[in-house]
Write a protein that binds this ligand. Structure first.
Ligand SMILES: *Cc1c(COP(=O)(O)O)cnc(C)c1O
Length: 708
C-alpha cells in the first residue's frame, strides 16, 4: 500500500507557474469546457491524440525542460491564466440555479459514465448518473456520489475475423485516471470495513472531482482482502450471482459507511436503480443506533427521505437473490437491525414471484418517492409493479416520472458551443432549459451549419479510420476486418448511425431484415447510403453476440462496398464522435422496452436527425417536424422493417439529397434546426434536475424540516 500522501500529487515536476494544470487535470470540469480541453490539446497535440485525450498522460509524458519552456511561452501562459481563472470562478460560484436549494443528497449508483479515462460504466445508466453529477455541479445542487471502482472496467470489445465478440480485460490505469486516493489521518489510503459482513470485507476509497461535486468509489482490490473478496469490484455486472450480491452489499452498506466515516452529512438518499438498495438497511440501522429511534420510526424516517429511480421496464430484468444466499450474508446483520429473519426478508418479496429477495421491490417499498425515467416508462412501471402496492387500478400506483436528459456542455459540439455564444448570447447555458431562447437557432447561417456538420462527419471518419489503422498495425488483423471496421467510409454519403447495447429487444438488425432491399438502398447510384453500427453485447448475452456477428459478416461482404461498418468498443469516446458525425440516428427498440434512451437526445442537439420507434423519450420528443417515427406496438419485425424501408426510400433519403445548385440541402438543414430547437431545452440535464428538485428534492426537504 502506498503510504506516501504525495501519491495524490500526480505531476511532481510541474513548474510553480503552471501548477494549476494538475489541479485542472484532476477535475473533470475540463471535459465539459471546450477551453479547458483545448488547453491540454495545445500542450502537445500529438501526445493528446496518442493518449486518447488524457491530460494526465500528456503531462506525465512531457519532459521537464519542455514544461519549463512553456512558462516562457507568452501565448500559452495567457491561455493558461485565462482557463485557470475560468476554473476558479466556476469552483467559487455558489449561486443555486433553481428556485430553491434542497438539503444535501447522497446519490448511489452502480456505475458512473463521466469520461472514457475512467471506464467504470457500461452504458445508459452510467452516462445518466454521470450527467446528473455534472449538472448538479453546474447548478450548485448539494449532492455527493457513491459508486464502485472497477479495476477491470466493463468489457473491452474486440471483434475477431469471424465476427465474434471477444471481451478482453479493460485495465483501469489508476495512475493515469483522474482519480485521487482518499487518505486517512496518518496519510494512508483510507479503508473501510463493510459492517457486520462475515468474513470481513474491506474497501479502499477513491475520489473523483466532478466540478464541485465529489464522487467516492469503493475498491475491494486491495491486499487486506482474500483473493475472492478482492474480485468483488473487478468487473461491472458480473453474471456470477453470488459475487453480484456481494458487490451490492459493498456498494450499499459499505457506501453508507464511507459517508459516515468521512463525516459527509446528507439528508436525502437517492438510489439510482436497485443495485445500491441495501443502503436502506444501513440507514435504518444508523437511525436506530445514533438517534435512538425505534425500528418502526427509523423505517418511517428512511421512507420519507428516500427516492428510488427505476430504469427497468421488465420484471425479469431485476436482481433477485435466493433466501439462502441472503441468509448467508445477512444473518448477523438482521440481528443488529433488531429484526427477525422473516421480517428482514419480507421487505424484498415480490408478491408476483415470492421466490427470493427482489432489489427493485425492496427499493419501491422502502422509498416513498419513486420515479420512472419517461412518461411512457411510468405507465409501464405502474403496470408491472402494481401488485407491490396492492392496487387494482394502475392510476393509483404511487410512481411519478422524470424524463431523462443529457448534459449539454458534455455532448454539444464545440463549434456549435461557440456559435450559441454568439447567437443565443453568453447567458445561453444559464437559460438552456427555456424553450424561448432556442428559436434564435433559425438565425444560424445554413451554409455555416452545413460546414460544421460536414467537418464533424470528416472528423468521425478520420477517427474511425485511425482506429482501423491501429488494428491493422498492431494486431495484424485480416483486411476484411479492417474494411468492416470502416476504412471505406465516404463523407459525402448519407450516413446512418446505430450505436447502443447489442441486445435483442433493441433490434440492431431490424434494418438488415430484407438484405436485397437494403442493398438497393445502400448502393443506389445517385443516392447511396452507409450505416455505422457500434455497441457491446453483455458477455453473457449470446443472442446479442450473434447479432454482432451477423452485422459483422454483412459488413465484410464486398456486395455492400464497405458501406456497412461495425465500430469496435462502443463507449463514451466513440459515442462523442458518432452523435455529431452521422446524419441520421436510428433507434429500433420493441416498445415498451426502451425505458427512455438518451443517445437520440445527444444526436438531435447536434443536428443529427432521429428516426425511432414510438418508445421511450421519443413519445414526448417527436413533434412531427424534428425527425421521424415508425413501427407499431406490439412490435412486428416484418411490418416494422417495411415501414422503416419506406420511410428511408420515400422521405429521408430524398430529403438529404435534395440539393440546391450550391450543393446544400436546405430542407434537411431546416429539419436539423427544428431538432436542435425542440430537443435541446426539453431534454437537457438542466430540465431534468429541475424536475428532480420540484418533484422530489424540495418536497422531501420541506417534509424533513417540518417534522424534525
Ligand atoms: C448515451 C449513451 C448510452 C445510452 O444511449 P441509449 O440511447 O440509451 O442507447 C449508452 N452508451 C454510451 C456510451 C452513451 O454515450
Amino acid at each position: 500500500m502506498n503510504k506516501d500522501p504525495s501519491a495524490n500529487i500526480i505531476i511532481p515536476s510541474l513548474p510553480e507557474e503552471i501548477k494549476g494544470l494538475s489541479e485542472i487535470a484532476l477535475n473533470l470540469w475540463w471535459t465539459w469546457n471546450p477551453r479547458g480541453e483545448n488547453l491540454f490539446r495545445i500542450l502537445n497535440p500529438y501526445l493528446w491524440k496518442e493518449s486518447e485525450n488524457n491530460p494526465i498522460a500528456v503531462l506525465k509524458n512531457l519532459p521537464k525542460e519542455y514544461l519549463e519552456s512553456l512558462t516562457k511561452d507568452e501565448n500559452f501562459m495567457k491561455e493558461y491564466k485565462y482557463v485557470y481563472a475560468l476554473f476558479k470562478d466556476y469552483m467559487n460560484d455558489t449561486n443555486i440555479y433553481a428556485k430553491e436549494k434542497p438539503l444535501p443528497i447522497a446519490y448511489f449508483c452502480a456505475e458512473f459514465g463521466l469520461h472514457h479515462t475512467i471506464p467504470i460504466y457500461s452504458g445508459g445508466l452510467g452516462i445518466l448518473a454521470g450527467d446528473i453529477l455534472k449538472e448538479s455541479s453546474d447548478m450548485n445542487i448539494p449532492i455527493v456520489g457513491i459508486g464502485f471502482m472497477y479495476p477491470h472496467g466493463y468489457v473491452k470489445q474486440v471483434i475477431g475475423s469471424d465476427g465474434w465478440q471477444h471481451g478482453t480485460k479493460e485495465e483501469l490505469q489508476k495512475d493515469l485516471a483522474p482519480i485521487e486516493r482518499v487518505l486517512d489521518k496518518n496519510g494512508n489510503h483510507f479503508i473501510i470495513q463493510v459492517p457486520f459482513i462475515d468474513p470481513p470485507v474491506y474497501a479502499a476509497i477513491w475520489k473523483v472531482n466532478v466540478g464541485k461535486v465529489s464522487l467516492y468509489l469503493l475498491d475491494t482490490d486491495i491486499e487486506q482482502n482474500d483473493p475472492w473478496d478482492r474480485e468483488i469490484s473487478y468487473r461491472l455486472y458480473t453474471p456470477d450471482l453470488q459475487q453480484r450480491l456481494r458487490q451490492q452489499i459493498v456498494l450499499g452498506i459499505g457506501g453508507y459507511k464511507v459517508l459516515k466515516e468521512l463525516g459527509i452529512e446528507y439528508s436525502i438518499l437517492h438510489l439510482n436503480e436497485g443495485h445500491p438498495a441495501f443502503a436502506i438497511f444501513e440507514r435504518i440501522r444508523n437511525f436506530v443506533e445514533d438517534e435512538n429511534l425505534t425500528l418502526d420510526e427509523a423505517i418511517e424516517k428512511v421512507k420519507r427521505s428516500s427516492i428510488f429511480t427505476t430504469h427497468t421496464p421488465l420484471q425479469a430484468a431485476t436482481d433477485v437473490y435466493s433466501f439462502d444466499m441472503m441468509s448467508k450474508y445477512f444473518q448477523d446483520y438482521w440481528q443488529h437491525l433488531g429484526m427477525t429473519k422473516e421480517q428482514f426478508l419480507s421487505f424484498g418479496i415480490n408478491p408476483d414471484d415470492p421466490s427470493g429477495f427482489n432489489m427493485t421491490v425492496f427499493a419501491l417499498r422502502m422509498c416513498n418517492y419513486r420515479n420512472a425515467v419517461s412518461k411512457k416508462h411510468c405507465e409501464t412501471t405502474k403496470k408491472i409493479w402494481k401488485h407491490v402496492f396492492e392496487k387494482e387500478n394502475e392510476k393509483d400506483v404511487p410512481v411519478d416520472y422524470v424524463t431523462n436528459g443529457v448534459h449539454i456542455p458534455t455532448w454539444l459540439d464545440e463549434e456549435l458551443y461557440d456559435i450559441y455564444e454568439e447567437i443565443l448570447g453568453d447567458r445561453w447555458l444559464i437559460l438552456q432549459d427555456n424553450p424561448d431562447i432556442w428559436e434564435k437557432i433559425l438565425d444560424i447561417d445554413d451554409k455555416k451549419l452545413w460546414e460544421i456538420k460536414y467537418k464533424n462527419k470528416v472528423r468521425m471518419i478520420n477517427f474511425i479510420r485511425e482506429k482501423a489503422r491501429k488494428k491493422w498495425a498492431n494486431e495484424e488483423a485480416d483486411p476484411s476486418v479492417i474494411i468492416a471496421e470502416g476504412v471505406m467510409l465516404d463523407p459525402d454519403i448519407l450516413t446512418i448511425g446505430f450505436a447502443r447495447r447489442m441486445t435483442s429487444y433493441k433490434r440492431p438488425d431490424l434494418i438488415l431484415y430484407d438484405l436485397e432491399r437494403l442493398e438497393k438502398i445502400i448502393n443506389n447510384e445517385s443516392k447511396p447510403v452507409q450505416i455505422i453500427f457500434a455497441g457491446k453485447a453483455h458477455p453473457a448475452d449470446i443472442p446479442g453476440k450473434k447479432i454482432i456477428q451477423k452485422i459483422f459478416k454483412i459488413a465484410q461482404d464486398p456486395k455492400f462496398k464497405g458501406r456497412i461498418v461495425f465500430i469496435e468498443d462502443y463507449g463514451k469516446l466513440v459515442a462523442r464522435y458518432l452523435v455529431k458525425g452521422v446524419d441520421l440516428w436510428l433507434n429500433t427498440p420493441k416498445p415498451p422496452l426502451e425505458a427512455c434512451g438518451t443517445s437520440g437526445m445527444k444526436a438531435s442537439m447536434n443536428g443529427v436527425l432521429h428516426l425511432s420507434s414510438n418508445d421511450g423519450w421519443w413519445v414526448e420528443g417527436y413533434n412531427g417536424k424534428n425527425g421521424w417515427v415508425f413501427g407499431q406496438e406490439p412490435a412486428d419485425d416484418s411490418k416494422d422493417a417495411e415501414e422503416l424501408y419506406n420511410l428511408l426510400e420515400n422521405e429521408v433519403i430524398p430529403l438529404y439529397y435534395d440539393r440546391n445548385s450550391d450543393g446544400i440541402p436546405y430542407k434537411w438543414i431546416r429539419k436539423m434546426k427544428e431538432a436542435m430547437i425542440s430537443v435541446s431545452p426539453r431534454f437537457s440535464a438542466r430540465r431534468m434536475m429541475k424536475d428532480y428538485l420540484e418533484k422530489f428534492y424540495i418536497p422531501i426537504t420541506k417534509e424533513i424540516t417540518k417534522k424534525d
